[in-house]
Design a protein around this ligand. Structure first.
Ligand SMILES: Nc1ncnc2c1ncn2[C@@H]1O[C@H](COP(=O)(O)OP(=O)(O)OP(=O)(O)O)[C@@H](O)[C@H]1O
Ligand code: SF4
Ligand SMILES: [Mg+2]
Length: 392
């Protein structure tokens, strides 16, 4: 049989992690029902690494980023889990000033308001989704960078802050003579770079970037990605990079986590995912975007749309759309487990890897592709028939 019957695993767990999210759950209360936006999500971010987080719209990516940064506000509520930060020995921001130095990881979700203020920006910074509009339109860049430095480094003199602001702009490829510009005087790419500069202001160890390049054209997008990779190399910070574009993560991320309907469905290294996605949803996502390089390939996309998280389908939430679905999928929730002995770190939540799965072999890209094609052929045929009947 194809998969070891392993207990539920924690992705990438190792002593080299800077952040481990464990069994995190978040709900939004609404008049029409409870939205279960995150359901027992566990991810790990390696020190100095880029962890890509991908999934369709509404899968819970932003909620996860905001939960880690403690930015969620009612009606959102964290209903369980931990976000453990592991300060490095001798790190400059080893511990928030007022957190006990007992050698234990720090659960960001348990920090007091004061402790949280010490962690934000200097340990953990966030680049918000729609960051292009996140700059204050009536303040010059200089004031916006200065505000962050003034608030978190009260010991810095005005001259020092000015020098740091110029340095930050240079770092992200903006000429310091633009420091007096208002946001509307900057191109989209420059605004995005300015936001990254502000995130870097206090040299954080972790940066959460939520769709930082989505609104940019592909050329500028590429430049910004190269810039992020270059800065990461230079300053060795760790990044959670959120996007719905998996092909982009195959260029940038060390490891990739894929979410569907508020749950994690696969975690793998970039190489593992490129070679053989294990979850049918991951395969569908990979074939929904053209690759940035390499040979041309047929795109299949994923039929249907993501579920309403107030009424997530029972069993595997992907089963109504999955071309591989079989008997247990509609009733039994698949657990995250190692997908094969060859790739023990590639974890997947799918019944195709159950010890009881009857086929006896791991599904291949060819099999996934053929099944998706079948579903598409049927849906095209169904659409043509419906149209023909309407015309009659
Ligand atoms: N304030 C809110 N009240 C109720 N539901 C919410 C709220 N904010 C988000 N949600 C729901 O939580 C779920 C997850 O949303 P989230 O914004 O985290 O998704 P996402 O993966 O970041 O999507 P996108 O790719 O569109 O940014 C969605 O179903 C969304 O409708
Ligand atoms: S558990 Fe079943 S429905 Fe879900 S992805 Fe796997 S095969 Fe498809
Ligand atoms: Mg989002």
């Amino acid at each position: 049989m194809n998969a070891p019957n392993a207990p539920q695993a924690t992705p990438f767990s190792s002593t080299t992690n800077i952040l481990e999210v464990r069994n995190l759950s978040v709900e939004y209360a609404s008049a029409s029902g409870t939205v279960r936006a995150l359901n027992n999500v566990s991810i790990a971010l390696g020190r100095g690494q880029i962890l890509g987080l991908a999934g369709e719209s509404g899968s819970g990516k932003t909620t996860l980023g905001h939960a880690i940064a403690r930015l969620l506000r009612p009606p959102a509520a964290i209903t369980g889990g931990q976000a453990l930060y592991y300060p490095a020995d001798g790190a400059r921001h080893a511990r928030p000033r007022n957190a006990p130095d007992d050698g234990q990881p720090i659960d960001i979700l348990q920090l007091s308001g004061k402790q949280l203020r010490a962690v934000r920006w200097s340990t953990l910074a966030i680049v918000f989704q729609s960051a292009m509009n996140a700059l204050n339109p009536v303040l010059r860049l200089s004031s916006q960078i200065d505000d962050v430095l003034k608030a978190h480094r009260p010991d810095m003199a005005a001259q020092e802050r000015r020098e740091r602001a110029n340095e930050l702009l240079r770092l992200v490829g903006i000429s310091p003579d633009r420091i007096k510009s208002y946001p509307h005087e900057l191109s989209g790419g420059m605004r995005q770079r300015a936001i990254i500069a502000i995130a870097l202001a206090l040299s954080p160890e972790i940066i959460i970037m939520d769709e930082p390049t989505t609104a940019l054209d592909v050329v500028v997008q590429r430049e910004i990605l190269l810039e992020i990779a270059r800065l990461r190399e230079r300053f060795n910070f760790s990044v959670i990079f959120i996007t719905h574009d998996l092909s982009l993560l195959l260029e940038l991320a060390d490891k990739i986590a894929i979410m569907y309907a508020g749950r994690l469905v696969e975690t793998a290294t970039r190489a593992e995912l490129k070679q053989q996605p294990r979850h049918p949803y991951s395969y569908g996502m990979l074939h929904s975007f053209p690759t940035l390089r390499g040979p041309r390939r047929r795109m299949t996309g994923i039929p249907g749309s993501p579920p309403d998280l107030r009424e997530t389908p029972a069993g595997c939430a992907f089963h109504p759309r999955c071309p591989m679905a079989f008997a247990p999928c509609a009733t039994v929730l698949p657990k995250m487990r190692s997908s094969s002995a060859e790739t023990p770190q590639q974890l997947v939540a799918c019944h195709l890897y159950d010890a009881t799965y009857a086929s006896g072999s791991l599904p291949t890209n060819a099999e996934f592709g053929a099944r998706y094609e079948e579903v598409y052929a049927q849906s095209r045929l169904g659409t043509r028939r419906a149209v023909a009947e309407d015309v009659r």
